[in-house]
Design a protein around this ligand. Structure first.
Ligand code: TYD
Length: 215
C-alpha cells in the first residue's frame, strides 16, 4: 500500500492526558458533518488482536520489565493488523481515517527507552506498513499538566506509571517528530480550552484536505 490511495490519513498524537482521544473524536465529528466519510481508530486497538495486545501492553508488570524492542514489536504487531484490516481498506475507499496514536507513538515512547528511530522505521518498511499519515496533529503540553489531567479514579497503566523523566523524553521526542517531519506533522499547544484546540485542529485538517484535493 502506498499513499496513492484517494483517502486522507490523520493521526493525533501526544502525551497521556494531552486530550488526544477527545480531540480525535471532535475532529471526526466535524469532518463527518462536512460530508466526509470518517473512520476513527485507536492504536493499539480497534481490531481483536490489537485490543488483546493493548491489554497485555498496558497491564502493570511486577518483578520484570519489558525489553524495548519486545515492546516496540508488540505495538508494531497491533499496528500491522490495524493497518491491513481497517486503515488501508478505508483509505482505498477514499475515506478519512482519524487514528488516536500511530507510528509516532512507537518512535517516541520506545525511543525514550533507547530503541532507535531508524530501526523502527525499517521495521515498518519490512512489515509493509510504511504508508505515512498525511497529517499528524501533535498535542503538546508540559508533562506536569498532562499528569494532572489523568483520570484519578483509575489506577495508572504500565506506561503511565513511568517516571516524569521518561515522559519528558517522550515530550521531547514529539517535538523532534515535528522538526523531522515538517510536511506532515503540526505541533499544537494543548494547554488551552478544549473547544479552542478543537477549532485549531479542524482548521489545520481542512487546509490540508483542501491542499490534497487540489494537487
Ligand atoms: P492511550 O492510547 O493513550 O490510551 P489511554 O488514553 O486509554 O491510556 O494508551 C496507549 C499507551 O501506549 C500510551 O501510554 C502510549 C503507549 N504506546 C507506545 O508506547 N507505543 C506505541 O507504539 C503506541 C501506539 C502506544
Amino acid at each position: 500500500m502506498t499513499d496513492s490511495d484517494s483517502g486522507f490519513f490523520i493521526t493525533v498524537e501526544g502525551l497521556d492526558g494531552s486530550g488526544k482521544t477527545t480531540q480525535a473524536g471532535l475532529l471526526a465529528e466535524a469532518l463527518s458533518k462536512e460530508g466526509h466519510v470518517v473512520k476513527v481508530v485507536r492504536d493499539p486497538g480497534t481490531t481483536v488482536l490489537g485490543e488483546r495486545l493493548r491489554e497485555l501492553l498496558l497491564e502493570p508488570t511486577s518483578g520484570w520489565e519489558l525489553e524495548g524492542w519486545a515492546e516496540a514489536s508488540l505495538f508494531l504487531a497491533a499496528r500491522i493488523q490495524l493497518a491491513h484490516e481497517v486503515i488501508y481498506p478505508a483509505l482505498a475507499r477514499g475515506e478519512v481515517v482519524v487514528s488516536d496514536r500511530y507510528l509516532d507513538s512507537n518512535l517516541v515512547y520506545q525511543g525514550a527507552r533507547g530503541v532507535p528511530w531508524d530501526g523502527i522505521m525499517a521495521m515498518h518498511r519490512i512489515c509493509q506498513v510504511e504508508r505515512l499519515p498525511d497529517l499528524t496533529l501533535i498535542l503538546d503540553l508540559p508533562v506536569a499538566t498532562a499528569r494532572g489531567r489523568r483520570a484519578s479514579d483509575l489506577p495508572p497503566d504500565r506506561v503511565e506509571s513511568e517516571s516524569s523523566q521518561y515522559h519528558e523524553r517522550v515530550r521531547a521526542g514529539y517535538q523532534a517528530v515535528a522538526r523531522t517531519f515538517p510536511a506532515r506533522a503540526v505541533l499544537l499547544q494543548a494547554d488551552q480550552q478544549p473547544g479552542d484546540l478543537a477549532m485549531e485542529c479542524q482548521r489545520v485538517a481542512r487546509e490540508r484536505l483542501a491542499a490534497r484535493r487540489s494537487d
